[in-house]
Design a protein around this ligand. Structure first.
Ligand code: XMP
Length: 512
């Protein structure tokens, strides 16, 4: 049986991923597809509904993104959002005009009135705040439509043709600034598309296991396990599907945080899969010796990782499938459209071509990060693994400014562990990412009666939703005090602690 799916057609708006998220949060599976997706493909997918997203263009721009107008003949309900709404109005005979007067343009929070007789606003208050962001506006609604919401500058802030199941909103219901916006999306899904809401992690797990089994048959699968959330969840899912025909290769490059390699090994060596921990610590350190330039460090680590993986793959002989923990944002952020191209390059930084794989398996390809976490829990992975904060592939090497040595790694690992322990013990709200950075600045200190000349360590806790922008986290002073005192007392080689109070931009989260 086909999975109930809503398709979100992407016209390039900044909130498009958020629309997909909202739909899934309502228990309906949904996929984001380019607006250029051929009509035939959409027909075959037989979606329960279509959502047309916003976009930066004006429908009048010569290169404005378009969809096949045939989508309105598929007999499927459509919700147009902002640009998507204007495009729908334009295709179906309404008129969209540029707002000449500034007063008619609306950006940001805007008060609106709703017709609660419209399915989209059913059960909601008849007025509220919506998030507007548009230059053009709908001057005349298309034949068969009526206006179902208005704002001071926008008489047709929402439109509906209930007979055909076509709805449009000029504002963005997907962003949290729109009051009850999620309920409007829910109404579209359940009251208009008549969705059954069958999307759940338990269901996904069963389906994914079944489909992996069908695909792999009696073949063998190799997975590069980094210890991060995505590849760990992929490993657990694949292990449930193919058991001992899965080999997870975990490359310990010696740049992991304290206790991390052991934790990954503990978790996976207890499962019915072949787990190989490759101790490649020396190889990496030798290659990194004396290297100070951040990009060179990254390149060296990326390449060395591949060399180690290749060597292990060769030892195993023929493996039919290569598995990766690529997730949905990886694909979308890489400018999707051709997922097949992305998968061989993305994520693993170009795995070896000549290792003989028949196919690539990416069982998390359709999941968002928090869905991956939910699936991990569903598969019985511990929270310590599933809720792990992001950790860069090059590991601690890019948190040591200047050259990387065993001594510096040891100091940083200890200091970072203390910082994490103190944050856990304080019971305060955890920052989204927090770690220590070993700078290459040395300064004079006094320890007991003696002089010290040791390194300065920076603490870097940040608050962020998307990791594209971030603000430094305001941790309580007494927590910082405890962490600082413990680090300088317990960790050799560090005699001064500083607090990184820069946002991103202009800084980045990592120092290198
Ligand atoms: P920046 O430093 O660019 O980091 O603000 C944004 C987020 O990405 C993580 N990061 C990486 N993750 N490989 C990764 O898998 C990398 O090379 C890498 N560099 C940065 C960083 O930890 C933060 O969460």
């Amino acid at each position: 049986m086909k999975r109930e799916t809503v398709i979100v057609l992407d016209f390039g708006g900044q909130y498009n991923q958020l629309i997909a998220r909202r739909v899934r949060e309502c228990g309906v599976y949904c996929e984001l597809k380019p607006c250029s997706t051929p009509l035939e493909e959409l027909r075959e997918a037989a979606p329960a509904g279509l959502i047309l997203t916003g976009g930066p263009a004006s429908v009048y721009a010569p290169d404005a993104p378009r969809a096949d107008p045939g989508i309105f003949g598929l007999g499927v309900p459509v919700l147009g959002i902002c640009y998507g709404c204007q495009l729908m109005a334009q295709y179906l005979g309404g008129s969209v005009v540029p707002a000449e007067a500034d007063a008619a343009r609306e950006y940001g929070r805007t008060a609106a009135r709703f017709d609660t007789g419209c399915a989209l606003f059913d059960g909601l208050p008849d007025e509220g705040v919506v998030w507007m962001s548009h230059g053009d506006y709908m001057a005349r609604v298309p034949e068969g439509f009526r206006s179902t919401a208005s704002s001071a500058a926008c008489p047709n802030a929402a439109i509906a043709d209930e007979g055909r199941g076509f709805y449009g909103v000029q504002f963005h219901p997907e962003v949290s600034h729109t009051e009850r916006g999620a309920d409007m999306i829910r109404n579209f899904l359940y009251k208009v598309c008549k969705a059954s809401g069958s999307w759940s992690m338990g269901g996904y797990r069963a389906e994914a296991v079944e489909s992996i089994r069908r695909r792999v048959g009696d073949g063998r699968v190799l997975l590069a396990l980094s210890g991060g959330v995505d590849s760990s969840v992929a490993a657990a899912l694949l292990s449930e599907a193919v058991g001992e025909r899965l080999t997870a290769v975990f490359v310990d490059h010696g740049l992991l945080r304290k206790g991390e390699a052991e934790e990954v090994e503990r978790e996976f060596s207890g499962r019915s899969l072949n787990f190989i921990r490759v101790d490649a610590r020396d190889r990496f350190l030798v290659k990194l010796a004396g290297v100070t330039e951040p990009e060179r460090k990254r390149r060296i680590i990326g390449e060395e990782f591949i060399r180690v993986f290749e060597a292990e793959a060769k030892k195993l002989g023929r493996v039919d499938f290569l598995a990766q923990g690529t997730i949905y944002p990886d694909v979308i952020e890489s400018g999707a459209g051709d997922a097949a191209v992305i998968k061989s390059h993305h994520n693993v930084g170009g795995l070896p071509d000549y290792v003989d794989f028949r196919e690539i398996i990416e069982p998390l390809l359709m999941l968002f990060k928090d869905e991956v976490r939910a699936l991990g829990r569903e598969l019985g992975l511990p929270d310590s693994l599933v809720m792990r904060q992001p950790f860069p592939g090059p590991g601690l090497a890019i948190r040591i400014i200047g050259d990387v040595t065993e001594d510096k790694l040891r100091s940083l690992r200890e200091a970072d562990a203390i910082f994490r322990e103190e944050i856990a013990a304080a019971g305060c709200e955890r920052p989204d990412q927090y770690f220590a950075v070993l700078t290459n600045t040395r300064s004079v200190g006094v320890m007991g009666d003696g002089r010290s000349y040791d390194y300065t360590l920076a603490l870097r806790p940040v608050r962020t939703g998307d990791f594209m922008t971030a603000d430094f986290a305001r941790l309580p002073w007494d927590l910082l005090d405890r962490a600082s005192t413990r680090i300088v007392n317990e960790v050799k080689g560090i005699n001064r602690i500083v607090y990184d109070i820069t946002s991103k931009p202009p800084a980045t989260i990592e120092w290198e």
